[in-house]
Ligand binder design. Structure first.
Ligand code: GLA
Length: 735
């Protein structure tokens, strides 16, 4: 059992091969933290790590012990105002206006396995022995409210899953003003904080800064996890790189407003809090009601960023993603968006599908424009029950049948949370959008947001989509959401409950997803939000892959995919080869390079393949065959980053099979320059003692040579003989 409770010292030690996490019940019965990091041997007491000292101006808990102040104590789920003045994990407004609370230890339960979180995405186990869970119950006598802190430690992952639940057992209503998923304190602040930040078409760029005393953090108040800041941060030691050094990763399994905040106090202690953003949240709890926070995942690595990422990849890929598609090979697809936008006919779609079939592509995805009066983005959203028969005279069913008859699968785009004013649905239910009474409602791309915090709205959309998906052979759904939430207010809720709307909205999205995947388990869902504005672990629980970015330029994708790989499994990273000049940036890159980057993701094409030359079609045929031959290695192998595009002109990464008998490395050089020096590419992750051959050539090399000396790289090894935007993919096989 990797969770032990030492009764005498009143300490919990959660540990597995890689990590230790130690909690102590403090003298005032609140919870302290003693350590989180590399696994250490258990002992009956770690009390020496609980340090106390009387300090001038410090407020102390007990009048007779000036040495015990929460301000200088590492804690588990701290509150504000009772000797600790740092930002707290939670805050509850009580009937008398007070915000002071005192949750004391009441008991705990340790059990094998892990519970599900009602209505929320979360990691899971398939067998109870995969993980152990500690639930600590705390109680505030005055408020008569229970707080349950949950900690799951997985046997095979260097990760802890945490969440909190409040239950009002008293007569009086309380108001949760802040309920973070996790909070953890570190004894020092010698860290750099990494974040994945950006905007539309440049999502999840890696930004790093040294921690400073005070507050630093990232957040979203946009109603979605957002393209601006992904719900993830890492704290790494300054000398940590991809393969060496300590790093802690914090990821929130949630798709709505979030906050990841790091506070360094003036004694250089560091507090990380992660959870729903408190500024846009307020949750009254009446007698008997409870509130469950989303789950946060805490990962520790002592071998650099790659190991942290591999832990996230495995945990999320195997125990967050669910359903048939978790383990199935992902189909190679072609998507119509960049080829036709909304301007297509059935004939055009069929000719693209026929060509796709010849090239070996397995799935045709019809993007935006097939429904309602949808000829531009001004109209149609909401009318999922009206097929645009001007474009598709035989309906979705007719088209799907014809594509299936070609021996391909058929997929469809939807944007179920959005609505245009020019739609039948809006004309019928103008009060179904999120808008504040008496205020202007702002638009994005001519669209408005359906109020998914209201059950009747979600029920209606479910019924329409249920009918649509049962009406034709649809194997894949791309679920888009092309705006953020403004003027947040629900006509379905009382004034006192308006602080619930943002969270309720996301629960509505999760509910719709749950019902659809349960009803149509064979459908592969891809989530999307103007590209990657909702690429988060919450979505992965429902949709195994995400459209990473609307930016399909190969070179820009290096940065986007490199950053995304910090947390998200390669199988979740939708990546397509598109036309040149690229539609977002106008850059012309070789077809080989476009594929060499897209291979490291859920691979597909997004261009009018009927317009390609015979030579290009031949190349694509080879690319599709290459991906199919290696897709399980590419999507399920162990992924390592080698060279960062954020550091210079090159990028590289490699995927290695678990047994190290096979690997595929990608190398990318952005601009070429004249008369360059020699280049070697040092691989990682191979078996030092195994002999490998590269690209099926007769020459072979030991793993230790490939990792310590490197592959000799010459222009002739790169596509287009090393011209700008060149690249190479190396297939490495043990012999
Ligand atoms: C968003 C998506 C694109 C495409 C369009 C369709 O921008 O990210 O991939 O589906 O919507 O309108």
């Amino acid at each position: 059992m990797p969770i032990v409770f030492h009764e005498k010292s009143r300490e919990f030690h959660l540990y597995n091969r890689d990590i230790s996490y130690i909690i102590k019940i403090l003298p005032n019965n609140q919870l302290g933290n003693l350590y989180f990091g590399k696994a250490i041997n258990d002992r009956s007491s770690f009390s020496h790590l609980f340090q106390k000292k009387a300090r001038p101006l410090s407020a102390y808990v007990f009048e007779d012990d000036p040495s015990f102040s929460l301000q200088y104590t590492m804690q588990e789920y701290p509150s504000y105002g009772s000797t600790d003045f740092r930002y707290p994990a939670f805050e509850i407004k009580q009937e008398n206006g007070s915000r002071i609370s005192c949750f004391e230890y009441r008991g705990h339960e340790i059990f094998a396995g892990k519970r599900t979180l009602k209505g929320l995405p979360a990691t899971y186990v398939e067998e109870a022995h995969e993980a152990d869970t500690l639930e600590i119950t705390l109680y505030d006598d005055l408020m008569q409210t229970e707080l349950i802190l949950s900690y799951t430690i997985f046997n095979d992952y260097a990760a802890i899953a945490r969440s909190a639940r409040f239950i009002n057992k008293g007569e009086k209503t309380i108001v949760l003003e802040r309920a973070m998923s996790a909070s953890i304190d570190f004894i020092d602040s010698n860290f750099e904080m990494m974040q994945l930040s950006g905007a539309w078409a440049r999502e999840r760029h890696i930004k790093t800064r040294k921690l400073q005393q005070g507050i630093q953090g990232i957040y979203s108040t946009r109603g979605a996890s957002s393209a601006e800041h992904n719900p993830f941060i890492a704290l790494k030691r300054p000398n940590t790189d991809e393969n060496c050094g300590e790093v802690y990763g914090f990821s929130l399994i949630y798709s709505g407003n979030h906050l990841e905040q790091v506070e360094v106090d003036t004694h250089n202690m560091t507090r990380v809090i992660i959870g729903i953003h408190p500024d846009t949240f307020q949750w009254p709890l009446d007698k008997g009601e409870d509130f469950q926070t989303p789950e946060a995942i805490l990962v520790y690595s002592d071998c650099g960023l790659n190991k942290m990422s591999q832990t996230f990849h495995k945990l999320f890929g195997r125990r967050l993603v669910r359903g048939q598609w978790r383990d199935k090979s992902r189909p190679v697809l072609v998507n119509s968006w960049e080829a036709t936008n909304m301007d297509f006919t059935e004939e055009k779609i069929l000719s693209m599908a026929e060509t796709a079939k010849e090239l070996g592509i397995e799935l045709f995805v019809l993007d935006d424009g097939w429904f309602g009066n949808r000829d531009n983005d001004n109209a149609g959203l909401g009318d999922w029950d009206i097929i645009n028969i001007k474009k598709l005279p035989n309906g979705i069913k007719g088209l799907a049948d014809k594509i299936e008859a070609l021996g391909m699968k058929f997929g469809l785009w939807i944007e179920p949370e959005a609505i245009n004013k020019d739609s039948n649905l809006y004309r019928k239910h103008p009060d179904w959008i999120i808008s504040t009474p008496g205020r202007r409602t702002s638009a994005t791309r001519n669209e408005f947001v359906l109020d998914f915090s209201r059950k009747e709205v979600v029920d209606y959309i479910y019924s329409v989509l249920e009918e649509l998906l049962s009406s034709a052979k649809i194997s894949y759904i791309k679920w888009d959401m092309n705006r953020y939430i403004t003027e947040c207010y629900s006509l379905g809720m009382d004034a006192r409950d308006q602080g619930k709307v943002f969270h309720r909205y996301i629960l509505g999205v999760y509910d719709l997803y749950s019902r659809l995947i349960e009803r149509f388990p064979h459908i592969l869902f891809e989530s999307c939000s103007s590209g990657g504005a909702r690429f988060d672990p919450g979505m992965l629980y429902y949709a195994p892959q995400t459209w990473t970015s609307d930016n399909t330029d190969a070179i820009e994708r290096l940065m986007i995919q490199y950053g995304t790989s910090l947390v998200y499994p390669i199988s979740s990273i939708g990546a397509h080869v598109s036309e040149v000049p690229n539609q977002q940036v106008g850059r012309i890159t070789p077809l080989e390079t476009r594929a060499n980057i897209a291979y490291f993701g859920a691979f597909g094409y997004e261009l009018d393949i009927t317009l390609l030359s015979e030579e290009e079609k031949e190349k694509i045929k080879e690319q599709v065959a290459f991906f199919k031959a290696h897709r399980d290695l590419l999507l399920k192998g162990v992924f390592y980053r080698i060279l960062s595009p954020f550091d210079g002109n090159e990028a590289s990464w490699i995927v290695v099979s678990e047994d190290k008998t096979e690997a595929i490395a990608g190398y990318y050089r952005i601009l070429c320059s004249a008369n360059e020096g020699w280049k070697r590419l040092k691989l990682v992750g191979l078996d030092e003692g195994k002999k490998y051959m590269i690209n099926n050539s007769r020459r072979n090399y030991y793993g230790d040579e490939l990792m310590n000396v490197g592959i000799v790289l010459e222009d002739k090894d790169l596509c287009q003989n090393g011209a700008d935007f060149s690249s190479a993919v190396f297939y490495i096989k043990s012999i």
